[in-house]
Design a protein around this ligand. Structure first.
Ligand code: AMP
Length: 294
């Protein structure tokens, strides 16, 4: 275990790599009645992740951030291979944020039989198979598999997730319901760059021109938000899809005005719980974003 002095609240960040060490560190804290928050991440931390840590600090006494690039949720081996892993930078950020624990296990620690797959198949409902689920088959089985393992290891009172991965939040809430897990799920808003681009670990892969082109995604979302009462649903989608398709290097996977529970397209503007969700490849990088309409 590595100890690093934190600048915030004199907290010491403990870096933990094994499940056994995690358990021996957390058990006495839990026994003494402290509330534990878990912030699961894949690292390459940015202000979006830090907003989850800050919210976790409001809701709990002890914050555990996990950093694990989970192989079972990647459908493209190249994407897994090139996922950024700036561990020293991440540890520095968590230290400055006053996080208490960072859990950074190896793949073997989380999946002892890896690369032989473990059995995991749960019913996440129909929304598993649309949008991201359609473009990344099996993705949410992999996501829920690792989140379950992390919940089991940390046994948090509350776990923090970002609205940025809206469908992921929905799937995790469904898992919690189906498996009757005793954990509160807290959802945090999307943190954006000053020009509107949603922060993402993958933004690091964008070239300068990709970075400019990527702005069309948040622009399209804001356009729909601003014009929602003025234009028809078809018109909103038609105009924004045209807007996106004129930008070079941007390949749209989907842009949809959907119900926030089913993720199916809304038919009436009067419907409640409406979202706009978008996914596109910008250059070689796949980005997702969304906005809540009502
Ligand atoms: P990731 O490391 O990409 O798996 O993300 C870890 C957590 O941070 C997930 O719950 C994400 O939804 C959340 N997150 C990622 N980007 C942002 C952002 N720009 N704003 C808020 N939360 C985010």
């Amino acid at each position: 275990m590595l100890n690093l002095a934190a600048s915030k609240q004199n907290t010491i960040l403990k870096v933990i790599a094994t499940l056994a060490e995690l358990q021996s560190s957390l058990t006495p804290l839990k026994t003494s009645g402290l509330k534990i928050a878990l912030v699961p991440t894949m690292g390459a931390l940015h202000q979006g992740h830090l907003s989850l840590i800050a919210e976790a600090q409001k809701l709990a006494d002890i914050v555990v951030c996990s950093i694990f690039v989970n192989p079972t949720q990647f459908t493209d081996p190249k994407d897994l291979e090139k996922y950024p892993r700036p561990l020293e930078h991440d540890i520095k950020m968590l230290t400055e944020a006053g996080c208490n624990f960072v859990f950074m296990p190896s793949v073997k620690e989380m999946y002892p039989s890896y690369p032989t797959p473990e059995q995991w198949k749960i019913d996440l409902g129909e929304a598993e198979f649309v949008l991201e689920g359609e473009f990344r088959k099996g993705h949410y089985q992999g996501v829920t598999q690792i989140v379950f393992k992390l919940f089991d290891a940390v046994k948090p009172d509350v776990a923090m997730f970002g609205q940025k991965d809206f469908q992921q939040v929905l799937m995790i809430k469904n898992m919690v319901k189906v498996l009757d897990l005793d954990v509160q799920i807290a959802v945090c808003p999307i943190i954006r760059e000053a020009d509107g681009l949603a922060m993402s670990s993958r933004n690091i892969h964008l070239s300068q021109s990709d970075r400019e082109h990527a702005l069309v995604l948040s622009k399209a979302l804001f356009y729909i938000e601003v014009n929602y009462n003025r234009l028809e649903l078809d018109q909103l989608l038609e105009e924004t899809k045209a807007m996106i398709n004129t930008v070079p290097g941007v390949e749209l996977d989907y842009l949809t005005i959907a119900n926030g529970d089913t993720l199916l397209p809304v038919e009436q503007k009067s419907e409640q719980n409406t979202m706009v969700l978008v996914a596109a490849k910008v250059g070689q990088t796949r980005l997702i974003d969304n906005i809540i309409i009502n």
